[in-house]
Design a protein around this ligand. Structure first.
Ligand SMILES: NC(=O)c1ccc[n+]([C@@H]2O[C@H](COP(=O)([O-])OP(=O)(O)OC[C@H]3O[C@@H](n4cnc5c(N)ncnc54)[C@H](O)[C@@H]3O)[C@@H](O)[C@H]2O)c1
Length: 470
């Protein structure tokens, strides 16, 4: 058998990964027809929107979709047809942390992966290469293979590959155009290697061959968890040091710069902040913790769990610093929160530090004004309601006001808290903000974003993560 030449791809899951990833495949492979399917009709409608109001904000994404939608890129809710027509299927569904049952709070919920896999087995009438794109615990590919083989129609064979996605939200299109590496895991059998070759040829349309790494299935699955755990560990490490800086008068930017100059360490991912968010870091580390515990490696589990605990500590430490600085009470005071997305250049709010901060400020009975340039209002209310299950949405709305600009949000506030590093917050007219605030006017910079000296000259009292006042 020789590797199949991939002509039709379907991607199950039109989310933050499936959408951008497969749109870029369509853009770079005009000879391949790519269909992205999802059960969520509203999401598919938005991908097909005539005015290109896509369901996801990501710089450069609209241009990619514009260039190939209707030519070799299609979005549809017809999952079965997509599966039947494709010779290669990406499974790119969500794998959130389990909320109940065995492993609740740690293990990945593989229900969506399993349902998608069962659907493939139920409707496929020809051979398929099934690619696990979702981030999953080790050996999930094995479970997918068992399900597919047990339910396959006669003469229908399935080859499973692992092809984890390393894109970062906010820079997804650039990351997809110029990936550090593409990782493909396969069984080391002749068929497995052929399937691996077929997928490699898709990426080889634009990715240099030396950046396409081919490994065993389990190494591929574990590498994704390992990469996220190590990235998050760097953030928790620098954040742990930021607490020491605040207590000693050292400056975390200077420390990070000095440390990052060491070529064995490198400068990236050494920016202190109010804590990491996003749908992946916490979930994937907890997954690794669960895996370690299942393998009877409690010390390993404790080691990785600490990265998440440090992150929680950083968020609550920052919220406490706001309260302490505002003379130990923020009751009935207006606090402005700038930014709600978990980082700049995305509208994604999953695990955003801003949610935790606002929840904590609400507990202190503060009034909150909030502004984010991309996040939809409905999403904000949903996140805040989930974070405070004991409060009705009506009561939340009494305490939180969503504004349509930074200036509006800062009016009459006692303090401005920068929660997301949107570039536009750097360029705010701080003079005008200062005029409109109560005095003393505080700025709490949770992202090392603003020019502390400039704001201090205007009259602000500036409190920055990782910078002490000694
Ligand atoms: N978001 C990231 O930055 C990122 C990066 C790398 C990897 N990942 C991983 O990629 C996977 C997907 O993440 P995401 O952020 O795109 O999630 P998402 O929630 O944005 O999208 C998943 C989509 O799958 C759809 N879906 C679920 N079950 C389905 C089914 N049976 N049939 C059809 N559609 C179905 C959902 O409706 C949803 O639209 C996760 O495993 C995640 O860990 C995410």
């Amino acid at each position: 058998m020789s590797p199949v030449k991939v002509q039709k791809i379907v991607c199950i899951g039109a989310g933050y990964v499936g959408g951008p990833t497969c749109a870029v495949i369509a853009q770079k492979c005009p000879d391949i027809v790519v269909t992205i399917v999802d059960l969520n009709e509203a999401r598919i409608n938005a991908w097909n929107d005539e005015e290109y109001r896509l369901p996801i904000y990501e710089p450069g994404l609209v241009d990619v979709v514009r260039s190939c939608r209707g030519k070799n890129l299609f979005f549809s809710t017809d999952v079965d047809k997509g599966i039947q027509e494709a010779d290669l299927i990406f499974v790119s569904v969500n794998t959130p942390t389990k909320k109940s049952g065995v492993g609740a709070g740690f293990a990945a919920d593989l229900n969506y992966v399993e349902l998608a896999t069962r659907r493939i087995a139920a409707v496929a009438t020809s051979n398929k290469i099934v690619v696990e794109k979702s981030t999953v615990p080790c050996r999930t590919a094995e479970s997918m293979r068992t399900i597919l083989e047990a339910n396959a129609k006669p003469n229908c064979r399935f080859d499973i590959l692992s092809n984890p996605e390393f894109l970062a939200e906010g820079t997804a299109i650039n990351d997809l155009h110029k990936p550090d590496r593409v990782l493909i895991g396969s069984l080391q059998s002749a068929e497995g290697l052929d399937a691996c070759q077929a997928l490699s040829s898709v990426y080889a349309h634009w990715v240099p061959r030396e950046r396409i790494l081919t490994v065993g299935l389990w190494s591929s699955e574990l590498s994704k968890l390992a990469a996220n755990a190590m990235l998050a560990q760097r953030i928790s490490s620098i954040n742990a040091l930021s607490a020491i800086c605040e207590a000693t008068g050292a400056n975390i930017d200077e420390v990070a710069n000095a440390v990052g100059y060491d070529s064995r360490i490198g400068p990236k991912f050494l920016k202190a902040s109010v804590g990491f968010g996003g749908s992946c870091f916490q979930k994937d580390i907890l997954n690794l913790v669960y895996l370690s515990e299942s393998l009877h490696l409690p010390e390993i589990a404790t080691y990785w769990r600490q990265v998440v605990e440090m992150n929680e500590h950083q968020k609550s430490r920052f919220a406490k610093r706001v309260v302490d600085t505002l003379f130990n009470t923020i009751t009935n005071k207006r606090i402005t929160v700038l930014g709600f997305a978990f980082k700049a250049d995305t509208g994604d709010t999953r695990e955003s530090a801003a949610i935790t901060l606002i929840r904590d400020f609400m507990k202190e009975k503060a009034n909150i004004s909030l502004y984010d340039p991309q996040v939809e209002e409905a999403q904000i209310w949903q996140d805040l309601a989930e974070a405070s299950p004991n409060l009705s949405l009506e009561n939340i709305k009494k305490q939180v006001k969503i504004c349509s600009s930074s200036l509006e949000a800062c009016k009459d506030a006692e303090a401005v808290v920068i929660a997301t590093e949107w570039k536009e917050f750097k360029e705010i007219d701080w003079e005008t903000v200062y005029q409109g605030m109560n005095k003393p006017a505080f700025v709490f910079d949770g992202r090392l974003l603003v020019d502390e000296d400039k704001l201090t000259k205007i009259g602000f009292k500036v409190i920055t993560i990782g910078r002490g006042s000694l």
